[in-house]
Write a protein that binds this ligand. Structure first.
Ligand code: ADP
Ligand code: MG
Length: 401
């Protein structure tokens, strides 16, 4: 997806293609008929409800690039649908967006095949500069939009909507003309885009990507693929959407952290980072990298006012076998350094600390905090500055290799 940088601290919730299509259908966006299936038997029942002569079986995972990876298959009979669904369900699909471990396919979507004349690209997302919605469109649908952006940036059109304003017909027409649509197709695109926009606003979406949006040989416009994500912070007013969350798509540690209202992101390195605030998290990861280390995660305990939550955060980081050492870099403002230190010491004792732990505390009650750490009898490496802390943890983890 283009231009979507997660904003600091905000997490986006993604949903499956079939769920996005169900939502969009309610807003009047044309999508092919179809339904989800968890077993080959269900796939058969769905296929029988649809008219042939072409059906499409699509793996439902939170990643794009399924087509190229064998996760989208065209079928010519109900029997074929069943066979393909049987093969797809339970397989691990590896696409350029899943990482090498791939994702297990637990549901497939069976839909009516479309007779495609042209594949276009259409997306709505939040423009971080203005805070308004931006429409992105391209005649080069069906492809990776990142690739189009890299090779032929002139083929991507952006139409920014003023923040807090409705989409007007002329915005939509601008997009339609840029896509080379003519006459009746223009009206269809305007209607479709207005529906998408309404869905985006009413559902507090962060992104809706239709790739491809197709023009069929009968000159219809149909959303053939749909990805939607939502701002986590708005989900409290959309319980029905929150229920669409597929826990299987999340790392178990991420899920556990979420239960405790901790902002945790898993990364590919081996140094666990406990910080408070997204800004300090970014700075901590940067300086670890600058010193030649690689962060394994960032665990943001911002808002955690108790030593119990600090301890929970520490235990979660420690439970990841990829973590070979931990750097705690916390600024005690409202949260006092002695409470942070007590939380760390308690959890470190409990796990029987046997990996390097560097702690840098600053702020309220820092002297008390440092005293708790030094008197704990645990092998905790104290650090003063951010640079000092990063050097120490990188050296300690490298020494242990
Ligand atoms: P992904 O983006 O994960 O690869 P898509 O849903 O975009 O998955 O499907 C990939 C390609 O498969 C599309 O570009 C389109 O050519 C084809 N396709 C998908 N759904 C249908 C359908 N219902 N009818 C015909 N072709 C389809
Ligand atoms: Mg697609």
């Amino acid at each position: 997806m283009l231009d979507v940088t997660p904003s600091k601290g905000n997490r986006a919730m993604n949903i499956h293609e079939y769920q996005a299509k169900q939502l969009l259908r309610r807003y009047g966006v044309p999508v092919p008929r179809g339904d989800v299936a968890h077993t080959p038997q269900e796939a058969e029942a769905v296929a029988e409800e649809l008219d042939g002569p072409v059906w499409v079986v699509k793996a439902q995972i939170h990643a794009g690039g399924r087509g190229k990876a064998g996760g989208v298959k065209i079928c010519r009979s109900v029997k074929e649908v069943v066979a393909i669904a049987d093969r797809m369900l339970g397989m691990r699909l590896v696409t350029h967006q899943t990482g090498p471990e791939g994702k297990e396919v637990k549901r497939v979507y069976i839909e009516q095949g479309s007779d495609i004349a042209r594949e276009l690209y259409l997306a709505l997302l939040i423009d971080r500069r203005t805070g308004g919605i931006m429409v992105i469109a391209s005649t080069e649908g069906g492809m990776d939009i990142e690739e189009v952006a890299a090779r032929t940036p002139e083929k991507i059109v952006r139409v920014a909507l003023p923040p807090a304003a409705d989409m007007q017909g002329f915005h939509a027409r601008k997009v339609a003309f840029a896509l080379g649509l003519k006459e009746r197709e223009v009206h269809k695109l305007v209607r479709l885009l207005l529906s998408l926009h309404r869905a985006f606003v009413e559902l507090d979406a962060g992104m809706i990507e239709i790739n491809p949006l197709v023009v069929t040989s009968a000159n219809k416009l149909v959303a053939l693929d749909a990805k939607m994500s939502f701002d986590d912070n708005a989900l409290f007013r959309h319980r029905d959407i929150e229920e669409l969350r597929d826990d299987d798509e999340y790392d178990p540690l991420e899920r556990e952290a979420q239960r405790h209202d901790l902002n945790y992101v898993k990364l590919a390195g081996d140094i666990g980072c406990m910080v408070n605030g997204a800004g300090l998290a970014m700075a901590t990861m940067d300086i670890i990298k600058l010193n030649g280390g690689r962060p394994a995660n960032f665990m943001d305990i911002a808002g955690a006012a108790t030593k119990e939550r600090v301890a929970t955060a520490f235990r979660l980081i420690y439970s990841d076998p990829e973590v070979k050492g931990i750097l705690v870099n916390v600024f005690g403002g409202m949260m006092r350094c002695n409470a942070i230190a007590a939380g760390i010491v308690g959890a470190a004792r409990e796990v029987g600390l046997d990996r390097p732990l560097v702690v840098r505390l600053e702020g309220t009650n820092v002297e008390l905090g440092r005293e708790i750490l030094s008197k704990s009898g645990l092998n905790i490496i104290p650090a003063t500055t951010l640079a000092d802390a990063a050097q120490k943890i990188v050296a300690a983890v490298e020494g242990g290799r």
